[in-house]
Design a binder for this molecule. Structure first.
Ligand code: ATP
Length: 271
């Protein structure tokens, strides 16, 4: 099943410090450690199911999935739900069954289903709705009744295309909505990416990752997604690199002004 690309181990060096914002989810995670997966029942708690993280693309859903696996030091298996249904690599039901079995075989583990809506959206309208709803039913039953400590992280860009059964209370332990970052969150995302990249004293020059600079950059990036903020940092650094000098606030400022964020492009398309 790994050879088919349906399931892959994700190795990542990312951790919670690489995630700016997403405070609700971070707070929720703080109260839960790896042993929760195995000892919840001892406390009479329901056995952990997983979380559904939904919202705007490029705002850290994948990032935090990797960070959760690093935090709990658990293997992360990414399931490509689109490939399950492609029909190219064997029977869809068998593929799903095998994926679940693999995650259980290495439990405690995390099964990350990225863009879950790709598999289960339009369940009642696509051509092969019979198979899709059987798999969906099987998956939900497994989620409800699983005995092995497999934590599911489902990520979705578009919650409205998910079947309502998915969102029913008790399916997941919690559903988190990731929106465009707020001013405070943009400050944190800039902090992550600036600190990550600014290492060389010759490149840093007199630029500082100060609260003042972070706030000014956040002011300039209303409506930007996390991935665009990262790009602004990269563009600013490239400007300095191309002129073989240290970076300045103005480099990042210019990069902010030149970037047309996705949210603006989408708004224009709607008009
Ligand atoms: P998609 O659904 O398009 O995959 P996503 O929400 O999963 O989007 P990520 O893949 O996590 O988004 O984000 C893309 C990149 O943007 C990340 O690798 C990271 O570098 C940067 N990024 C996005 N959000 C954040 C954040 N909250 N903090 C730090 N970096 C971020």
């Amino acid at each position: 099943i790994k050879k088919t690309g349906i399931l892959e181990f994700v190795h990542s060096h990312l951790n919670m410090d690489d995630v700016g914002g997403l405070e609700n989810l971070k707070r929720w995670l703080k109260k839960r450690n790896k042993s929760w997966l195995e000892s919840a029942q001892k406390y009479g708690l329901p056995s952990p199911k997983g979380v559904l993280i939904t919202g705007v693309p490029g705002c850290g859903k994948s990032l935090i999935s990797k960070a959760i696996s690093a935090m709990w030091q658990l293997p992360l298996l990414r399931l490509d739900i689109g490939k399950i249904f492609s029909g190219i690599v064997g029977s869809s039901e068998e593929n799903m069954r095998k994926a679940i079995k693999t995650a259980e075989a290495i439990a405690p583990s995390i099964l990350w289903i990225d863009e879950i809506e790709k598999g289960f959206s339009g369940l009642h309208s696509n051509g092969d709705s019979g198979t899709a709803s059987r798999i969906f039913g099987h998956f939900l039953t497994w989620m409800q009744e699983k005995t092995k400590p497999v934590f599911v992280i489902a990520t979705a860009n578009n919650i409205s295309s998910l079947p309502p059964e998915f969102l029913r209370k008790g399916r997941f332990d919690e559903v988190f909505f990731v929106d465009l970052p707020t001013h405070r969150e943009r400050v944190e995302i800039f902090r992550v990416h600036l600190n990550k990249r600014l290492k060389d004293p010759g490149v840093i020059g007199s630029f500082t990752v100060s609260e003042e600079n972070l706030n000014r950059l956040a002011d300039l990036t209303e409506g930007f997604i996390g991935a665009e903020i990262e790009q602004v940092v990269v563009d600013g650094l490239f400007e300095a690199f191309s002129e073989d000098r240290s970076v300045t606030f103005e480099d990042f400022e210019k990069a902010c002004k030149q970037m047309v964020p996705l949210s603006v492009t989408q708004a224009e398309q709607i008009q």
